[in-house]
Design a protein around this ligand. Structure first.
Ligand SMILES: O=C(O)CCC(=O)C(=O)O
Ligand SMILES: [Fe+2]
Length: 171
């Protein structure tokens, strides 16, 4: 679960999750009625709001499907803009490959006219390296944030997952 706290001290508009693409296969996302999820339109590069649509899930194609499909499907770039008046919650379910999976364009979708656009990579190596490289400065920011919350007694439920997400996304 992602928790986007309201903070009127941050200049608006502020990003709760910076621009990124999900690396796995699919992401099934529920967002509450606040909204804030935006996707980048390929045709003109503009950011577009997605929902919120009551009782609907957002399904994002991740990088893995883009690679498997040799670019037939595209992993969409997205971000979350926070609302300074109201906190927001979202629940993403990441359908990721198993750790032993090698990811490369499917044979059926590779031919002379359309050669493979990606080299094979192993999911476990990719995700471990990704986390260590991306997280280093983000980790410090997250620690500082947690300490500031503790100091001001604003610390409520801060599950490991929220911590993990912050370290992955705050770059
Ligand atoms: O909170 C959202 O709407 C999206 C969050 C997201 O992009 C993610 O967790 O990867
Ligand atoms: Fe995402």
């Amino acid at each position: 679960m992602n928790w986007f706290f309201k903070d009127q001290t941050i200049p608006q508009p502020a990003l709760g999750v910076g621009r990124h693409k999900d690396a796995g296969r699919l992401t099934i996302l529920v967002q509450d009625d606040i909204g804030g999820l935006e996707v980048k339109r390929r045709t003109d590069g503009e950011w577009n709001r997605v929902g919120p649509t009551p009782d609907a899930y957002n399904i994002n194609v991740g990088d893995t499907i883009q690679v498997w499909s040799n670019d037939e499907y595209e992993s969409v770039e997205h971000r979350v803009v926070v609302n300074s008046e109201r906190e927001r919650f979202s629940i993403p379910f990441f359908l990721n490959p198993s750790h032993y999976t090698w990811i490369e364009p499917l044979e059926e979708l590779v031919n002379e006219k359309k050669p493979a656009k990606y080299k094979a990579y192993n999911w476990e190596c990719f995700s471990i390296i990704g986390r260590t490289v991306i997280s280093r400065s983000a980790m410090m920011k997250t620690f500082k944030f947690i300490i500031s919350r503790l100091e001001t007694n604003q610390f409520f439920v801060f599950p490991y997952y929220v911590f993990f997400k912050c370290t992955c996304h705050v770059i």
